[in-house]
Design a protein around this ligand. Structure first.
Ligand SMILES: Cc1cc2nc3c(=O)[nH]c(=O)nc-3n(C[C@H](O)[C@H](O)[C@H](O)COP(=O)(O)O)c2cc1C
Length: 371
């Protein structure tokens, strides 16, 4: 129900513009100022008041970063991460606030301020490889169902539901082997470097995510298809893979579970098209990277004709967090239907931020640790 005060403010706005549509955004911001967010009920009242359809209004609402369609806490912290604020140390302000508020930053929360890679010991101290332990205590199908319920969608561009993609992989005794899991770390999209940051600064996060994902689809071998120019990622991932193997997170009979997996780094020789998943498969097989016709889809017939899942680096980095903290927690990080946080790079000097709304394009001055 709109309050008398909200209606009065909206009526006043209506006198300032020639159309009722023009007041649509203002009206939602007025409701939000009073109620904290724009509920479905408010949207219905506003649509009646303005003579617009609920669908049109929702379309406008979900376009804008500063209109909230999900409830928020009593206080919302918006931290500016523009160039000037970055120079003045916005990262310290963010980290301090996140520490004090216990705000969730699953993907970037472990990042070291000196931009070095998180070591295995540091990663474990922060709860690393607990998601893997939990996953190994579940059946692969249970892991797939959990990821389905989390509403995790691919972060490589198309946004396909990750758990559903895994469910297309043939499972059980009759399934063809070896099965493959490929981390798509090609990242040649101009201006994009979110995956590079994840690999350079918290390489074990990708490795743990890969092991859990590989376990879920009963894969035997994992490859990281790495952009050729990413030499720092290469060095840090190589070290992390060796550390993981030495601790029996990789290799034969992982943590006594009976499950075995090897992960290999494959360095790309360049060309943007290699990022497309079927072109990537051809490149991995040592061929020219022409996309393949579909069907068959890689889930059924991928690398060397065997079942294969190709998944973006950031997508995989989310997986063990879901197993560790649950699908409800993951969905709760987002204000859209998609689960989890989202990260974006373009237009920012230091370029990296993790936000609580995976479904929206980047906005200026928001940060996901608001709460
Ligand atoms: C031309 C082209 C380039 C692509 N480049 C990448 C890329 O660099 N990294 C990536 O993860 N996905 C890229 N994709 C999307 C992949 O084909 C695929 O959908 C994705 O890796 C699947 O992972 P996801 O479900 O986790 O997003 C590209 C697609 C096209 C058509």
């Amino acid at each position: 129900m709109l309050t008398v005060e909200e209606r009065r403010e909206i009526e006043e706005k209506l006198t300032q513009y020639p159309t009722r549509q023009a007041v649509c955004i203002d009206a939602m911001l007025i409701v939000q100022r009073h109620q904290g967010w724009v509920s479905d009920e408010s949207l219905r009242d506003l649509s009646e008041l303005l003579g617009l359809s609920v669908a049109d209004m929702d379309g406008v609402a979900t376009f804008y970063n500063l209109i909230r369609r999900k409830p928020v806490g009593r206080h919302v912290a918006l931290i500016c991460d523009s160039v000037s604020c970055w120079i003045m140390g916005y990262e310290q302000v963010r980290d301090h606030l996140c520490g004090r508020l216990g705000a969730p930053l699953p993907l970037t929360g472990n990042f070291r301020p000196d931009k070095e890679a998180v070591s295995l010991a540091e990663y474990e101290r922060a709860g690393g490889y607990q998601g893997l332990r939990r996953a190994l205590a579940m059946t692969p199908v249970e892991v797939i169902e959990l990821v389905k319920r989390s509403n995790l969608r691919g972060r490589g561009g198309a946004g396909f539901p990750t758990g559903m993609k895994w469910s297309f992989v043939p499972m059980g005794k009759e399934a063809p082997h070896p099965k493959y899991l490929v981390a798509n770390a090609d990242e040649m999209e101009p201006g994009t470097f979110k995956d590079r940051a994840l690999m350079e600064r918290d390489p074990h996060q990708l490795i743990e995510g890969m092991i859990v994902a590989a376990y879920a689809i009963e894969a035997d071998i994992g490859y990281i298809f790495l952009r050729g120019e990413y030499e720092c990622s290469h060095d840090r991932l190589s070290r992390a893979i060796a550390e993981a193997r030495a601790s029996n997170y990789l290799g034969r009979n992982i943590l006594g579970s009976g499950y075995s997996l090897e992960i290999h780094l494959h360095v790309s020789a360049g060309r943007y098209i290699c990022g497309e998943e079927t072109a990537l498969l051809n490149a991995l097989e040592g061929k020219r990277a022409h996309p393949r016709t579909k069907p068959p889809f890689p889930q059924v017939s991928g690398l060397w004709g065997k079942p294969t899942i190709v998944q973006n680096v950031e997508t995989l980095c989310n997986v063990h967090h879901i197993v560790n903290k649950g699908s409800d927690w993951f969905r709760g990080l987002s204000r859209t239907e998609d689960g989890g946080t989202g990260r974006a790079a373009p237009g920012h000097a230091h370029g990296l931020w993790e936000r609580a709304e995976s479904g929206k394009p980047p906005g200026h001055g928001n940060h996901g640790c608001a709460g």
